[in-house]
Design a protein around this ligand. Sequence first.
Ligand code: PLP
Length: 396
Amino acid sequence: MVSEKMYQLGSKRSTIRELFEYGKKRAQEVGKENVYDFSIGNPTVPSPACVKESIMEILDTVDSSTIHGYTSAQGDLETRAAIATYLNNTYDLNVKADNFYMTCGAAASLCISIKALTETKEDEFVVIAPFFPEYRVFIEAQGATFKMVPADTKAFQINFEALEEAINIHTKAIIINSPNNPSGTIYSEETIKQLASLLDRKSDEYGHAIVLLSDEPYREIAYDDVVVPYVTRYYKNTIVCYSYSKSLSLPGERIGYILVPDEVENSKAVYAAVCGAGRALGYVCAPSLFQKVIAKCVGQTGDIDLYKKNRDLLYENLTAMGYECVKPQGAFYLFMKAMEEDSVAFCEKAKACDLLLVAADDFGCPGYVRISYCVEEDMIRRSFKAFEKLASIYKA
Ligand code: PLP
């Protein structure tokens, strides 16, 4: 009666959601202050003032049918032009309004882009561990094949040997995400250059362009002046999937875009396929009010320093306790080695201390856990005694 695949997807929550729901239930039993929930990536930094100011101004000055009405399927021209101008000025690009398709966040951007590129079930999308677990759902839901490249656990850049082995005649695209969820690392310029050169070589070898899908919801969340290279400048067949969920702390408003630059091979056809996939998936006309807000707030962010403060607090204290952590350069996740091989068992022991950490098995990186630090600083401080207790189990 229903699709078995969709039934399976809908009947089981993701590990992260499961843990988040458990945390809410547990807080009712023992008090919110006694549960240390590091499970979910919901931004805690307030949206910058321009968001509220723009909403008020738009409500006061624009007529209701324009605010709440349909825009063009691909989004308001004014919004797309504002984004193009911002990117051209910031990254020295040469993009135009017509290169953009406004969508409902990075999730929709990815689903649309994957659908636009998929011709047959044999088409493969390669993801690099550790990766956002929904990639597998998005790829398989569009009828394509998911392929994973194991992590480079030394630097959490790219395991190029394994990537080269994974690419074949069926490879449609590689999905990258930097700053990365869950490792917090940023792909260096050297990594991006090496990736571009590999993809150029492989595209020539197989006689078709291998696309790079750059999933960038954390682009602006980078610390200590580490540069996040703008990928289209290094590899011409790049499609950018962007979201304002994290930079403007607007995850519930579902707003972002797809950028298909002119340099992409057959860019007009690719853009048309993006419009077609958006239409087929029902993602036409991204939320209208928030498109107008973006036109006014493009380039702004919440106070990223608050995340940096949390990063420093957690990283310094956890490493001092003997935990082995990857120092985050961006995003708001700390990637930590579990103190035993089985990260699920480690997270169960953490849970018994009311410490909610996500085992990285679903991120393609068993043996590690993800700690999401977009939380109140006070909760981090209160959690240290639980982290001490957890570490002590392994020191006994
Ligand atoms: N990609 C990555 C790497 C993410 O971490 C997330 C959300 O956390 C998404 C995509 C989806 O973002 P959005 O809320 O914009 O759909």
